[in-house]
Design a protein around this ligand. Structure first.
Ligand SMILES: C[S@@+](CC[C@H](N)C(=O)[O-])C[C@H]1O[C@@H](n2cnc3c(N)ncnc32)[C@H](O)[C@@H]1O
Length: 303
């Protein structure tokens, strides 16, 4: 007999947000590997449509918690140690991709640090700047972006919108020495396995992906009571799995996690270095999704 927790997306949902959870105990014989596909799809579609509305929101309709204008000093504070120095070391032929760039403020700061004392100044390096690509589902370019892009020319800074990361071909994007994601696709996508797989395919060998993920079970940390988890993983048998343990099973990737147990939400700061070209990420699928900023998601590993 095997016990499987099947969380149904319904009402004011998700296990993570204390909603409708149906625990079904079944004979393992009766449940094949594809059981999650039997979840009520219309409900998931509804949540994904709500998420779409958040992306499309403009002006006063943008939810306060959906922040799209963080600058380079915010990135330096939020991303793992070493990000700033690594960005500062890039030269003019190197490339930086910021996935989920919002208004692209971090890239603007990189090209025009306003204040010598600002943390962003260090990340901007001494002289030569890498070419930078900002990616966002929705176009949140500001006048400042347009002006800077005109001055620099399109090959120095580019803004891509209208698609998700997974929808770009390798030829459209090319390769990068540094990829960042600050409350972007890594925290928002409903296709987390495909997302990480794509990021690794876009990194040069030796290149680094810097990101963070809030509301997770920490690799090194005791879970406190009353935490609202946003990203939860389980193995094929339904046992909890941590985001960092999952990532560390990736081949050709060196994964480092910094656990922040004292932040408002338990957060992992994650650095993934691509160490050889044949990367392979353990597959998983979406089991549960609730729109938000960031959304709450539950995934199950294939094996
Ligand atoms: C909360 S904003 C964060 C913006 C910026 N990084 C900041 O910290 O101010 C989320 C961003 O992630 C983008 N995003 C979410 N999922 C994505 C995906 N799968 N591919 C590309 N961009 C994505 C959104 O379009 C938006 O630009």
């Amino acid at each position: 007999m095997r016990s499987v927790k099947l969380s149904v997306i319904g009402g004011k949902p998700t296990a993570a947000r204390g909603a409708v959870v149906i625990v079904i105990v079944v004979q393992s014989l009766g449940l094949g590997a594809g059981w999650t596909q039997e979840l009520p799809q219309p409900r998931t579609d509804e949540e994904i449509a709500k998420q779409e509305k958040i992306y499309r929101s403009r002006g006063a309709d943008v939810p306060r918690g959906y922040v799209t204008g963080r600058g380079l000093s915010d990135y330096a504070e939020l991303l793992p140690a070493g990000f700033c120095d690594a960005l500062g070391r890039l030269g003019s032929s190197d490339r930086w991709l910021d996935i989920g760039a919002g208004s692209g403020q971090a890239i603007l700061d990189y090209y025009a640090p306003k204040d010598d004392e600002a943390a962003g100044k260090k990340c901007a390096g001494a002289s030569d700047k890498a070419r930078a690509v900002a990616m966002s589902i929705e176009d949140r370019r500001t006048d400042a972006w347009q002006q800077q892009a005109e001055q620099l020319g399109d090959d120095r800074i580019r803004y891509l919108s209208g698609k998700r990361l997974r929808e770009y071909s390798p030829e459209e994007l090319g390769k990068f020495q540094i990829i960042t994601d600050v409350f972007g696709g890594f925290s928002y996508t409903e296709h987390l396995f495909q997302f990480v797989d794509k990021v690794l395919s876009l990194l040069e060998v030796g290149g680094n992906f810097y990101t963070l993920v809030p509301g997770v079970h920490l690799e090194h940390g005791k879970d406190k009571l009353g935490i609202l988890y946003l990203t939860e993983l389980e193995d094929a048998a339904g046992r909890p799995e941590k985001v960092c343990s999952w990532l560390k099973k990736t081949t050709c990737a060196q994964v480092t996690c910094e656990s922040k147990g004292d932040w408002k939400r338990p957060t992992e700061l994650i650095k993934i270095q691509k160490v050889c070209s044949d990367t392979s990420v353990p597959r998983m699928k979406l089991v549960e999704f609730e729109a938000g900023y960031p959304p709450s998601r539950r995934f199950q590993l294939d094996q």
